[in-house]
Design a protein around this ligand. Structure first.
Ligand SMILES: CC(C)(COP(=O)(O)OP(=O)(O)OC[C@H]1O[C@@H](n2cnc3c(N)ncnc32)[C@H](O)[C@@H]1OP(=O)(O)O)[C@@H](O)C(=O)NCCC(=O)NCCSC(=O)Cc1ccccc1
Length: 148
């Protein structure tokens, strides 16, 4: 993980080294330069074979009000849905249902509704402390050999 010596309240705002994600989540290395600069991400493979993506909201993802910035939440939504569906984004919509505070863990569970040879239709819900905060829906193009 990068930015190791930062605490959530530091100006850089990255996940501190001693942060322990919820059970089953492991740090996701090398997610690409843009995504890699946006946050530190963790992924969990569930018993049913589906995956969840999570991150700790830090100062680096906050707006001036101390909540996760809407732009970051869209980045999180896009990354969660593409890494889990193994697709590239054609369409993505999101509802910001509740604000997410700095210091809160957010995780998204993605459900693929339909997969054809050319298209993937998926939706997802992200929660914080068991409460729904972000609903996502999208259409994606399958990319061979892209794995979470
Ligand atoms: C404020 C409001 C938009 C409305 O809430 P209220 O005023 O309380 O309205 P109300 O009392 O009518 O209750 C509504 C009820 O309906 C729920 N509900 C809502 N939508 C849905 C839905 N689609 N589906 C289902 N339910 C939905 C909602 O949870 C609540 O249920 P609850 O009573 O809790 O059981 C709230 O949804 C919210 O905070 N969203 C997050 C916004 C956010 O974080 N945006 C990103 C950061 S902004 C940024 O970065 C830019 C910036 C930069 C710099 C500086 C400033 C800004």
């Amino acid at each position: 993980m990068r930015h190791i010596d930062a605490a959530p309240t530091d100006e850089f705002g990255w996940v501190p080294q001693d942060f322990t994600p919820p059970h089953g989540f492991v740090h996701l290395p090398g997610p690409g330069k843009f995504i890699g600069r946006s946050a530190d991400y963790f992924i969990r493979r569930q018993d049913d074979g589906n995956h969840s993506l999570g991150t700790l909201i830090c100062e680096g993802q906050s707006n001036t009000q101390g909540f996760a910035h809407g732009g970051f939440l869209m980045t999180f939504a896009d990354f969660a849905m593409t890494i889990i569906t193994m697709g590239i984004t054609i369409n993505l919509t999101a509802d910001f249902i509740r604000p997410v505070k700095v210091g809160e863990w957010i995780e998204a569970q993605v459900v693929t509704r339909k997969r054809t040879a050319n298209l993937i239709f998926a939706d997802a819900m992200a929660t914080t402390n068991g409460r729904e905060v972000l609903r996502m829906s999208g259409v994606f193009k399958p990319v061979p050999n892209r794995a979470p």
